[in-house]
Design a protein around this ligand. Structure first.
Ligand SMILES: [Zn+2]
Length: 194
């Protein structure tokens, strides 16, 4: 264990955060949070026009934070990307990494943006390890289904071994005989079209 890790606050507290980098954006109160599916259900499928002020108001908290209309603990911002604390974290230090430009979901994400987005998620994950004592992270992106905010965002959740989350998301099942062959063939065929 490094000196930095031994000095880090435990993940179980709410005080462990990137205090030296956090920037407070003066803004209105939070509405419902980035992980609250119900609040965003009615926006699913809505047009994603960055020129439409409605995008950046009540439902798209990412655009609202980018515009300074919502308060957030921002841990990183540059011309292309913003990363801030999910205000209802799975564990303290749970960060959402997003392109600054309004992009609704993974389907609309330009491939040129994907590398830098994942590179920033990697840096956030490393920072969670050095600053918060995390052993690793869970990196996930809800695409349309269960996507609570209509602005693409990558969750970077600090993880510790034996933190109790193993298997909580994905109960596994088995393929019926031959079903895996059919599914794989369908996917291979579809991949020639997209
Ligand atoms: Zn947006």
């Amino acid at each position: 264990m490094t000196a930095a890790r031994s000095a880090a606050r435990p993940l179980g507290t709410t005080t462990g955060r990137f205090a030296s980098e956090a920037v407070k954006v003066p803004a209105r109160e939070w509405g419902r949070g980035p992980c609250d599916d119900g609040a965003m259900a009615e926006r699913r499928g809505a047009p994603s026009d960055p020129a439409d002020p409605a995008v950046a108001t009540d439902t798209d908290v990412v655009c609202a934070i980018v515009a300074g209309h919502l308060d957030a603990e921002i841990v990183h911002r540059d011309d292309g990307f913003i990363a801030f604390l999910d205000h209802r974290p799975v564990f303290p230090g749970h960060v959402l990494v997003c392109p600054v430009a309004h992009i609704a979901n993974l389907n609309e994400l330009d491939t040129a943006v994907m590398g830098p987005l994942l590179a920033l998620a990697r840096r956030i994950s490393l920072a969670q390890q050095t600053a918060l004592g995390a052993d690793g992270s869970f990196v996930a992106l809800n695409n349309i289904v269960s996507q609570s905010v209509p602005h693409v965002h990558l969750h970077v959740v600090p993880r510790r071994r034996h933190d109790g989350l193993h298997g909580f998301l994905w109960p596994r099942q088995r393929y019926a005989d031959g079903q895996d062959t059919e599914v794989a063939a369908a996917l291979r065929a579809a991949l020639t079209e997209v």
